[in-house]
Design a protein around this ligand. Structure first.
Ligand code: 4NP
Length: 158
């Protein structure tokens, strides 16, 4: 079993979207029993909250239902238990580095490292912007999800 945790600030926009999109990509590949997928936020503003209504609507337009997900905060134990802890931007990567147990820093990275064709390295926070921001977040996340699955297949022989 390979464990992947997606991390953003609030765990209501970007990381639950990444969790839902990546789960659907993994499901279509028939690999759900080999890859565990979760998401968390580095702040506690939205603990127990469902994903933002705009994220849910944008994901649903692409056939992905995020309604069952609930916000939670990333912990040191997450860094011990997951193999891939992928932050949406550098601010959240640095928040994770601040709580990372010594010797586990290699597990932390930026999700968009798996979308090397894209010019961006960060998934921008859509929270205070318009509808278009949520579509852009989905485009980026879809691309990185395919790259991540290809990496996991190769690296872990899936
Ligand atoms: P997320 O977006 O990190 O993609 O879930 C945000 C959600 C809420 C806030 C900031 C970003 N907030 O400030 O409440």
């Amino acid at each position: 079993m390979v464990r992947v945790l997606f991390v953003c600030l609030g765990n209501i926009c970007r990381s639950p979207t990444a969790e839902g999109v990546f789960r659907s990509v993994v499901e279509r590949a028939g690999l759900l029993e080999h890859i565990e997928i979760d998401s968390a936020g580095t702040h506690a503003y939205h603990v127990n909250a469902p994903p933002d209504a705009r994220s849910q609507a944008a994901a649903l337009r692409r056939g992905i239902d995020l309604s069952c997900l609930r916000g939670r905060r990333a912990t040191r134990a997450d860094i011990e238990q997951f193999e891939y802890i992928l932050a949406m931007d550098r601010e959240n990567l640095s928040n994770l580095q601040a709580i990372c147990p010594p010797g586990l820093e290699h597990k932390l990275g930026l999700f968009l490292e798996y979308a090397p064709e894209r010019p961006e390295r960060e998934v921008p926070d859509p929270y205070y912007g318009g509808e278009h921001g949520f579509e852009r977040v989905l485009d980026m996340i879809e691309e990185a999800s395919h790259g991540l699955l290809a990496h996991l297949r190769q690296r872990h022989g899936l």
